[in-house]
Design a protein around this ligand. Sequence first.
Ligand code: DC
Length: 345
Amino acid sequence: MATRCIRGAITVEADDRTAVLAGTERMLREIIAQNNIKIEDISSIIFTATDDIKSVYPAVAARAIGIVDAALMCVQELYIEGSLRKCIRVMVSIESDKAQSEMNHVYLEGAKALRPDIVKKNSKLAVAIDGPAGSGKSTVAKLLAKKYSLVYVDTGAMYRAVGLYCLENNIDADSADAVAQVLEDIDIRLENSEGMQRIYLAERDVTDAIRTQKAAEYASKVAAIPAVRSALVELQRSLAEKQSVVMDGRDIGSNVLKDAQVKVYLDAAVGERAERRCHELAEKGIVADKTKIEQEIEQRDKNDKNRQCNPLTVAPDAVIIDTTEMSIEEVRDAIGKLIENKIKG
Ligand code: DC
């Protein structure tokens, strides 16, 4: 083991206690995650803040996330004309077996401008695909995952897994308090291979069990609960930090991965979406009533678009693709072009 140093910097929007501590905490968490650090291996942290930060010592954020034994020091930076404003920097010393050259330094928000070389080296490709039920998101995401060697993350499956847990354990999915109380007991695990995702509740593989109409209904209800969303969004972001992903859902481009290089919003007429769902069911030998399916889809769209917390919405920088008249290959190729432009550019 030897002492290694990791640098980090972030800018915050306002000099108030909440913004400064939230920004500092985010930077520390990213340093810890990207370098796989155990808190007890941190020996000291020097924090600096520009002279326009006066509301709180950034080091308070370290204690708040459980860094209790490390020696901390905060100092004010020199003011140099033209330098970044409201910027917090850290130098974290850790004991590690790795070489100094293997350390990942972290530059966030406006501080990305300080080290564009590092930001580029560390950045993973993120493709965000949002849209209503049945717009073809998961089918096309799986094809893209295979073609571009991305990890496919189906966030709907996570909400379905929470829904299934509530359904099977008689938890009232309409009660935010009841669901929040059991959230800690819900252990969701994802496994990926060859562009496919399997989902587990603790050790049980629930990949197929979450696909029932009842589980979808419960998923839609639990997806409106802020505590559920913040737990799952944290998991989704941590997956995208570690690897290049194609992630589908309702709030990926607008909330989960706001920095995704490619954002797509897939849409299709409700009749066409119901038709596709009936077709899927028919392939499994299930005869479905199209009018009923259409009503169920409309109800879910309504829930997803009208909930208070992270509703289904088009991110301002998303490309909208109406898939009503398109084959799945055409949709794959249209998104493929956007990905290739980003990879080249
Ligand atoms: O895409 P799906 O049908 O598997 O999603 C299940 C439910 O989860 C659906 O009602 C919408 C919700 N959901 C969400 O609110 N946010 C996401 N990122 C993904 C799904």
